[in-house]
Ligand binder design. Sequence first.
Ligand code: ADP
Ligand code: G6P
Length: 494
Amino acid sequence: MEKSDPSNSRLVIVSNRLPVIISKKHDKEWQIESGSGGLVTALAPVLKDRGGLWIGWPGNLVEDEVDSAALLESQSKEIGYDLKSVELNRSEVENYYKGFANEIIWPLFHDFIAYCNFNPDYWAAYLSVNRKFAKVIVENLQPSDFIWIHDYHLIGVGEELRKMGVKNRIGFFLHIPFPPTDIFVRLPWRFQILNSLLEYDLIGLQSFRERRNFLQAIRTFVQDTRGIGKGPVIKMKVREKEIRIGVFPISIDFEEFAQMAASQEVSDRAWYIHEDYREQKIIFGVDRLDYTKGIPERLKAYQNALRRYPELCKNTTLIQVVVPSRRDIPQYASLLEEIERLVGEINGEFTQPGWVPIHYIYRSLDRTDLVAYYRMAELAFITPLKDGMNLVAKEYCACNLELSGVLVMSEFAGSVAQFQKAALLVNPHDIEGMADAIHRAIHLPLNERNWRMKRLRASVRKQNIFWWVDSFLEAAISKSLNNFPRLEDYIPQR
Ligand code: ADP
Ligand code: G6P
């Protein structure tokens, strides 16, 4: 199989999740629904635009005996690109997905070492499932395909493909943070994981923070390496092989969100929702259920703000949406309990006739509802303890057509590098600091809100998901790195 030019070859995207999930609700028929999470939101418009093949797990079990191929085939026709499933059995889901991916890599890479369960069985399952993904890729591969592997579940797939003799170009993008070396060093399989990453032709990371950590790990654990260049994409010689390592902040389909926000359907929905909150300033938070998102800290910050700034009582409402996620993993189950306890406690402390401070929604919203909330919220309160990028923040900006919203944002989200000082930055561990930021945001003069939001929107509009995919593919083919986007293209000038 020949090396190919990815700009005009078929794109084969491989991720643990497909953009759709096959599930059975209330013992009814098997059905297909949209997947959730930033990876799916970001990549779906890319394949819709370019066509290609997406390989991944549709969320059901081999034991379910559902004809997933048939369901995916009919879905493929509807969405305009091909879907191919990797079928996983119960034990693989337990040990590879819940185990290695979500009880080891996810917490470790987000600096939650105490949440890691370094069970050796998980590693064996991770290797064998990565091999399984590689086999499905080989079965569906064409000689000129560009293979693009995504995220922490599939780090070993590139190495498996090379062992199977695949010569196509292979890129990898890590959607989550890469940890500092003193944290990465705790991973019992640190050499294997690092060496697997170095099998790719191009490795993409979300921000300069992640790349600094990654390069530091390479320098610490791998002998005989040499870096060349210092822009967003650099070359690295690792044992005679040349690889590229780049920074590519992932984004959203800005126009799609903006157009949807402008639609009559969303305007009507937003108007009706706002009618329920007359005289209220809406503070909006929306996250997958995850301990990295800082939801309890955010609730405590609002509680602290209500205590210290009583004028916020009856004039503000916090709408917190939580999307169910990974509920079988113990830390997620206890996080859910903690959130629900805090919501009850805070509402118990402050509720008055005609006003409940926190409106808590625990379910997935359809796109129209989500965009309507984005459009009408005066303040987006997005405070992850650590996040690879955070697309919710970008979606909020895209939908803020009136330019009057304020983005209050954690210093530790990957997207902060692009937002710079146009967002109000907070330390998500600093409860009083976040409470002060709520107070400040609510009182920010309109002209200041306007220039901040204009700047945020300009940055998301320019560095949208199509810019992201073009930058990645360009970095995979370009002979020289001189004509590659400059640093200013990544971090807008003030
Ligand atoms: P993560 O990938 O860790 O979940 P991101 O902020 O990057 O975090 O992406 C979350 C994605 O999930 C966003 O694209 C957002 O639109 C979507 N999402 C968040 N909340 C909901 C919800 N309640 N219903 C449907 N989609 C949601
Ligand atoms: C994050 C990860 C994705 C993942 C998503 C949802 O965005 O980077 O790879 O798909 O969360 O999590 P789930 O475990 O449901 O796939």
